[in-house]
Design a protein around this ligand. Structure first.
Ligand code: PMV
Length: 377
């Protein structure tokens, strides 16, 4: 497949040029077998990125804001292959293993672009694993690309040559060019769990940490895994369908108001406002998805039953929890510490109505076997 090259923002091109200069003056060298490691979290969008302004510059139509899922992580190791010999035959030999999946054309284009200052001599071997199921609506591409950027930055030892702000910019922009939502996972300071992908009127985009009330530190997150199989429509295909939905215009003109409400609710710890705006946003995104041509239909009757059960129980005995959905038939529940027993009840009720067992994935920081095996703890 012959893909058109990615379009990089100017500031990122400047940083790439700096890498090239460092390399030309022998200040940034790689040897065969050098390694870089990183781990990055996934995130769940509260205000969603759905719809691209441009495919090649990978800029969203609208800003989005997410909650970082510290416990759902990708762990990545990259190894430099080959030697720095200027032999055109030794062109970028990038190989990749990602939980058994092979490198696809889009990833290859992205890797070739990020490694351009080293082309044509470098090869790269990538090993990456998630501690949660991939491609079923838990944003594995977000943590995957963010961790891969981190590992490449670690391999190139960029922190020795770039300021922390420059490094942060480099990470977020490269992650975004791989997968939009990855920009929000590439934020290094994980003590700030709310990250905005701000897109302005010129479609310039950047990551911004969002101010929040300390009570939000009590926010917990679980996934009710109703269907762990790989999704049928990839999000990169789905983003291109938005204009075919009659509801896209509605979602788009009302989005900024929801974003502002969410930011205020985060600052003032207004749980009810946050719950309302996040659930509304999820419904609107899935309405656009389901009414696109062809539809990107991720909702199943099981999701419908599970959500109805959740809402019914919360109406009967209010408890501080809300739900959202990503691009997959699984439910993300966010709740305040102390509401755990209600979440257990909801699960039991859903299991009884669906007549099947549901796996619950708890987003808790934990030691991961892969991390131990790759030796980066
Ligand atoms: O980053 P992508 O291209 O996988 O798109 C992500 C889209 C959603 O997960 C549905 C929403 C979001 O903002 O994360």
């Amino acid at each position: 497949m012959n893909l058109k090259p990615l379009v990089l923002p100017e500031k990122l091109l400047e940083l790439q040029n700096r890498i090239l200069q460092l390399r030309q003056t022998q200040q940034l060298e790689l040897q065969n077998g050098d390694v870089g490691y990183a781990s990055a979290p996934s995130n769940i969008a509260l205000i969603k990125y759905w719809g691209k302004h441009s495919h090649l510059s990978q800029v969203a139509l609208n800003s989005s804001l997410s909650f970082t899922l510290e416990g759902f992580r990708s762990h990545t190791k990259v190894t430099a292959l080959g030697r720095f010999i200027a032999d055109a035959q030794e062109r970028a030999k990038i190989t990749m293993s990602h939980q058994g999946a092979w490198l696809n054309a889009k990833m290859e284009r992205w890797l070739n672009a990020i490694l351009a200052p080293y082309a044509p001599e470098i090869g790269l071997h990538v090993e990456s694993e998630n501690n949660f199921p991939a491609s079923c609506g838990i944003a594995s591409s977000a943590s995957g690309y963010a961790a891969l950027c981190g590992a490449i930055a670690n391999l190139l030892q960029l922190e020795r040559h770039f300021s922390p702000d420059e490094l942060q910019y480099w990470l977020c922009q490269w992650a975004r060019l791989g997968s939009g939502s990855a920009l929000r996972s590439a934020w290094l300071n994980e003590s700030i769990p709310f990250i905005e992908w701000n897109v302005d009127e010129q479609y310039t985009s950047e990551a911004l940490p969002v101010a929040f009330h300390p009570e939000w530190k009590k926010l917990k997150h679980v996934v009710f895994l109703l269907d762990g199989t790989e999704k049928k429509v990839s999000s990169s295909d789905g983003h291109l369908l938005v204009y075919s939905s009659p509801f896209q215009a509605l979602r788009s003109v009302t989005l900024n108001a929801r974003l502002q409400t969410l930011k205020r609710a985060l600052l003032e710890f207004d749980f009810n406002a946050l719950q309302q705006v996040v659930e509304e946003e999820a419904i609107l995104m899935h309405t656009v998805m389901h009414t696109s041509t062809p539809p990107a239909a991720y909702l199943t009757h099981e999701v419908g039953t599970a959500l109805a059960t959740f809402i019914e129980l919360r109406q009967k005995t209010p408890f501080p929890a809300f739900w959202t959905l990503d691009a997959g038939p699984n439910i993300h529940i966010l709740y305040l510490e102390g509401a755990q027993s209600y979440i257990e009840d909801v699960r039991a009720q859903i299991e009884s109505r669906l007549n099947k067992r549901i796996d619950v994935l708890h987003n808790e920081p934990h030691i991961n076997s892969t991390a131990l095996r790759l030796g980066y703890l």
